[in-house]
Design a protein around this ligand. Structure first.
Ligand code: ADP
Length: 319
């Protein structure tokens, strides 16, 4: 192995740049050449590939988003496009690859590995919804950003004795919502994994108001119910002075937290170790503080587990 490629794919996440930097630095220090591939698998197929020299990953660790850009490119699920990607790998002399993205991106990595181009996956997604890892790169930053925004909402909520329903990201996973609810001291949290009853939530809000909690924050994950819908439904149940706010894509941006930078650095370096060891089709994770790897094929058969003890804790502490 002489030269490796790096790409970011799927939804962007803070810390992707820190991961790219770590992969590049570790590879360069191991006397490998490194290429960046812009726009994920789309850029691979189109040959949007450039060599990364030592200096080019300076000043990168603190940047949000991904400077390698990312793209959704469903075409890559088709063999024809995978072969076009492989032609480009050949043309640029790339022997192996690190993919930073979600489990969709891992499918592309498996296809390349099957064709003789070892690919390692790093979990780059704010959603924390990948099996075999306690945390994904970007998750900590997404919670931190959500909490900072909610602290601001709380200022105005308090000033007006108002209730705010705040929507955070999470189409299928309540992981961001749960941590955010605990860290922002919310009154209630709604996640896709748990059925909910608007009458019950209205009861919680009214009861808390009776006990003197004039202003309250309710967190909802976008996949459970949108903030405005819940606000309307609660207003229809006689709750006044209530507003809905959707944080939206704000949650995905911003400089990665120190914790995400460290995680990305550890995982990036580990990915190169796996490639140097001749391995491919492996997904890197962190389990109980230790960096680990698992076959992507095993990962596809598993489902990420939402930590529902956080749900119980959020509800207990909201009393
Ligand atoms: P994520 O990686 O965040 O889960 P996606 O599911 O959109 O995001 O996947 C990212 C990209 O990975 C897709 O746009 C596509 O290029 C590639 N990909 C997804 N599924 C497959 C598949 N079955 N085979 C090959 N490539 C895939």
């Amino acid at each position: 192995m002489k030269r490796i490629g790096i790409l970011t794919s799927g939804g962007d996440a803070p810390g992707m740049n820190a991961a790219v930097r770590a992969v590049a630095r570790k590879a360069l220090s191991s006397k490998l050449e490194v290429c960046g591939i812009n726009y994920g698998y789309k850029g691979l197929v189109e040959g949007n590939i450039f060599e990364i020299k030592e200096k080019e990953v300076s000043d990168l660790i603190q940047l949000g988003g991904t400077t390698l850009y990312t793209a959704r490119y469903p075409e890559f699920a088709e063999k024809e496009y995978q072969l076009k990607g492989i032609e480009q790998l050949k043309k640029h002399g790339i022997d192996a690859l690190v993919t930073i993205g979600g489990d969709g991106s891992y499918h592309g990595a498996v296809r390349l590995t099957e064709q003789g181009y070892n690919a390692i996956g790093l979990p780059g997604t704010i959603d924390n919804d990948i099996p075999f890892t306690d945390r994904t790169i970007g998750f900590d930053t997404a919670i931190q950003t959500s909490v900072e925004e909610i602290d601001k909402v709380r200022d105005t909520a308090k000033s007006h004795g108002r209730i705010f329903v705040v929507e955070v990201m999470g189409r299928n996973s309540g992981e961001i919502a749960l941590r955010t609810a605990i860290a922002s001291g919310s009154q209630a949290v709604i996640i896709p994994e748990k059925p909910f009853d608007v009458d019950e939530i209205a009861g919680i809000v009214k009861d808390a108001r009776r006990r003197g909690h004039e202003h309250q924050i309710i967190i909802t994950a976008e996949g459970a119910i949108h903030a405005q819908d819940l606000t309307d439904q609660l207003a229809n149940r006689g709750i006044d002075n209530i507003r809905g706010v959707a944080l939206g894509h704000v949650v995905r941006g911003g400089a990665p937290t120190a914790s995400d930078r460290v995680l990305a650095s550890r995982m990036g370096s580990y990915a190169v170790d796996l490639l140097l060891d001749g391995q491919g089709g492996q997904a890197v994770g962190i389990e109980k503080g230790v960096i680990t790897h698992h076959s992507m094929l095993d990962l596809f058969d598993s489902k990420a587990k939402t930590d529902l003890s956080m749900y119980d804790l959020a509800n207990t502490l909201s009393y």
